[in-house]
Design a binder for this molecule. Structure first.
Ligand code: BDR
Ligand code: CA
Length: 313
């Protein structure tokens, strides 16, 4: 079999992060070489604990887990416990995993792994960008060793989820996002609006989660609270942002519509802090520093989700 593509995931599990991680573990073409963990959906102690638990449930205790920074770089921010539960995994009192996180800091692990897999590494960010920004500040040559940098974040026409114009991962730590979007020459962006365009029908998800597999049972349990909240507040489709981003990372051939454009992050603004400003008409003369995901094959996305849960695709 040909060599697998090394995949490093920065994550803040988080219910949709958990699904994305299961998708990555289930993929035959990629090898997850580490999870670097950020604060975001809930505090760092919970997101680290959840990452370790998820690895255990997936039988992937071989994947090292690195804890990152507990706070946004500059300004404090509010978590998303109202969506993911106070513990980030639906408040179902899971016993802690047997294993602890590695001693190495996430930002240092990102740099070390970028050397180990120089020129091949795919870096997928499913969380606020605090760890990756720190890594970039420590070593601005990081992008030279990363083959693909993919971010779940932003709202490319200003239809946000945490404020009217901003998406959670960017709004939680806009300074970090600014550092990352100016430090990497090119970033693939799966934003919140793409997520909304690729919602999963609750009735389908419920059917998949009724399957008799360990992963489906676990995922049914930890996602129950957030799916109920979502159905109540957003209607018949569930928006699994990190899962869509991961589908694109793992199977880029499933993209049906992509646009390259300059993107910058708003740091100030009375109503717009954390917005991702896309220069759709290329008025600024800035280089196209992003590829934006606008369409992805829905059937391919859903097949990846089913496979991650242990069902036939
Ligand atoms: C993003 O924010 C988090 O709440 C999710 O895990 C996802 O990464 C969606 O806006
Ligand atoms: Ca996330």
């Amino acid at each position: 079999m040909s060599k697998k593509i090394p995949l490093l995931i920065d994550t803040d599990p988080g219910v949709d992060d958990a699904l994305a991680l299961l998708m990555a573990f289930a993929d035959e073409r990629h090898e997850v070489v580490g999870l670097t963990v950020a604060a975001g959906n809930v505090g760092l102690d919970h997101t680290v604990r959840n990452a370790l638990k998820l690895c255990e449930v997936a039988g992937r205790e071989d994947v090292p887990v690195f804890a990152g920074t507990p706070d946004p770089l500059v300004h404090p921010a509010e978590d998303a416990a109202h969506v993911h539960g106070r513990d980030g995994f639906g408040d179902v009192d899971l016993p802690a995993a047997a294993r602890a996180a590695e001693a190495e800091h996430a930002a240092l692990a990102i740099l070390r792994l970028s050397h180990q897999y120089a020129g091949e590494l795919v870096l997928v960010a499913l969380a606020p960008l605090s760890n990756i920004a720190l890594a970039l500040k420590l070593d601005p040559t990081l992008p030279q060793r990363v083959k693909r940098m993919l971010v779940m974040g932003g709202a490319v026409t200003g239809h946000g989820n945490i404020t009217p114009v901003a998406e959670f991962n960017i709004a939680f730590d806009p300074e970090a996002a600014h550092i990352v979007f100016t430090g990497f020459p090119h970033i693939e962006v799966a934003d919140w609006e793409a997520t909304v365009a690729h919602g999963l029908l609750h009735r389908d998800v419920e059917q998949w989660l009724a399957a008799d597999t360990g992963k489906a049972r676990f995922y049914e349990l930890i996602s129950r609270q957030t799916r109920l909240w979502s159905e109540d507040s957003r209607g018949e489709r569930w928006y699994a942002a990190d899962a869509l981003a991961m589908a694109w990372a793992l199977q880029p051939e499933g993209a049906t519509r992509l646009e390259r454009r300059p993107l910058s992050v708003e740091l100030a603004g009375t109503h717009t802090r954390g917005a991702t400003v896309v220069d759709w008409n290329r008025q600024t003369g800035a280089p196209d520093n992003t590829t934006l995901l606008l369409g992805y094959e829905q059937a391919r996305f859903e097949a990846q989700v089913r496979r991650a849960l242990g069902l036939p695709a």
